[in-house]
Design a protein around this ligand. Structure first.
Ligand SMILES: [Zn+2]
Ligand SMILES: [Zn+2]
Length: 391
């Protein structure tokens, strides 16, 4: 069968599974699980892969809810990633139910391409994208070694083939002061809450003078126990983000100085800890993105290589894109005014438009797999672009 014929078969394969895939997506949506606790989602997704001819390894990288489904052997080794964690209180307000179902749907449809041209297709389940950067741990534990290409599609309010993602790192901060009666002997107290408030003021002042797109934001997680006791302890959780890794390093130091300064002026002792995982910026593979665009356009999507109105925070897919040629396109499932991480987006992730986006994204991914396995020279081009970016 020629490439076009194979793409038609791949589309037919996904259309034939419309009901199954939509049910799977809605089942995950109505059972939201937080990062590293995605037990049900991982069980349903691996079951689906196994029932459809994939050999499945569960609990890979010593992460109980991570998995790898494989079909075929050897090169090219193409991987589609699934995310399936939800957000506290908001449920699937980032639509990871769609990412996961799209990944298994695309994986299963890609079998047709592997049967004809060889190579291997993998669906790797990557837990805890939202809070803990599960993919960074999985990179360290070697699961992305020896892969040629990694793809995934995220739902959003725009169709776009490439995204700009900020590098970021979490910062946990605590101040330790001296508790005393706030009215009786305030002169003997050291106010840990005031140290935290001063840090916020210093950060707000700093924010005027940082680069466009850099972000600093945080919350207070402990601000004292009672109004008549000078707080002996305060705690806060912050995230620092920047477009480039080098600027993130610079900004981290300046942010930390805000806390150090507040410790000095208040007399409170500072303890801090940078998060173990640092999210990297996204390195979009343009050769791969262009293939995906052609396939989405053939399905009637007005997708751009880059959508300037699309904004996004950070993702551990950025880290993957630093080690394997990758794309992380978005498929529109909601009107442009609906942002990810909102209750409205959670509704969109269970809507008819959500299922439509899921199926089209799965088709375009599987069609891209057809392009890749049928044309080794395209795989070489993708890899060449990636190694040139290394220079
Ligand atoms: Zn999210
Ligand atoms: Zn997300």
């Amino acid at each position: 069968m020629d490439t076009e014929g194979l793409k038609t078969s791949v589309i037919g394969e996904i259309d034939a599974r419309r009901q199954q895939l939509s049910e799977l997506s809605l089942k995950i949506h109505s059972n939201p699980e937080l990062g590293f606790q995605e037990v049900k989602a991982a069980a349903w997704l691996t079951q689906y892969l196994e029932e459809n001819g994939f050999s499945v390894e569960r609990g890979i990288c010593q992460l109980p809810t991570a998995f790898k489904g494989s079909y075929g052997e050897g090169k090219p080794a193409i991987t589609i990633l699934a995310e399936y964690d939800a957000l506290p209180s908001l449920g699937h307000a980032c639509g990871h139910n769609i990412i996961a179902t799209c990944a298994v749907g695309a994986g299963v449809a890609s079998k047709l391409a592997i049967d004809q041209f060889g190579g291997s297709i993998m669906v790797i389940g990557t837990p805890a994208e939202e809070l803990y950067g599960g993919k960074a741990t999985m990179i360290d534990r070697g699961v992305f070694d020896d892969l040629d290409i990694v793809m995934m599609v995220h739902p959003g309010a725009y169709d776009t083939a490439t995204i700009q993602v900020l590098a970021c790192q979490h910062l946990e901060v605590e101040f330790f002061g001296q508790a005393v009666h706030a009215a009786g002997r305030p002169e003997a107290g050291i106010n840990a809450l005031e140290a935290m408030l001063q840090s916020f003021i210093a950060i707000n002042s700093l924010r005027q003078h940082i680069k466009d797109k850099a972000r600093i934001h945080g919350i207070i997680t402990d601000g004292g126990e009672a109004p008549n006791v000078v707080p002996a302890h305060s705690a806060g959780s912050f995230i620092v983000r920047a477009e480039e890794d080098t600027y993130l390093d610079e900004l981290k130091e300046r942010v930390l100085n805000c806390f150090i300064g507040a410790a000095k002026t208040s007399g409170a002792r500072l303890e801090y800890r940078w998060g173990d995982v640092r999210y990297a910026p996204m390195r979009n593979n343009l050769a791969l993105a262009r293939l995906f665009i052609q396939n989405m356009q053939s399905l009637g999507h007005q997708i751009q290589l880059f959508e300037p109105k699309h904004t996004f925070g950070s993702t551990d897919m950025g880290n993957v894109s630093q080690v394997v040629p990758s794309i992380h396109p978005f498929v529109a499932i909601a009107p442009v005014e609906v942002a990810n991480h909102s209750p409205q987006f959670a509704l969109a992730a269970a809507s008819e438009a959500g299922t439509h986006g899921l199926l089209d994204a799965a088709k375009a991914l599987a069609m891209t797999v057809v392009d890749l396995v049928a044309n080794p020279e395209i795989v070489s081009k993708v890899k060449e672009e990636f190694s040139k970016q290394d220079d």
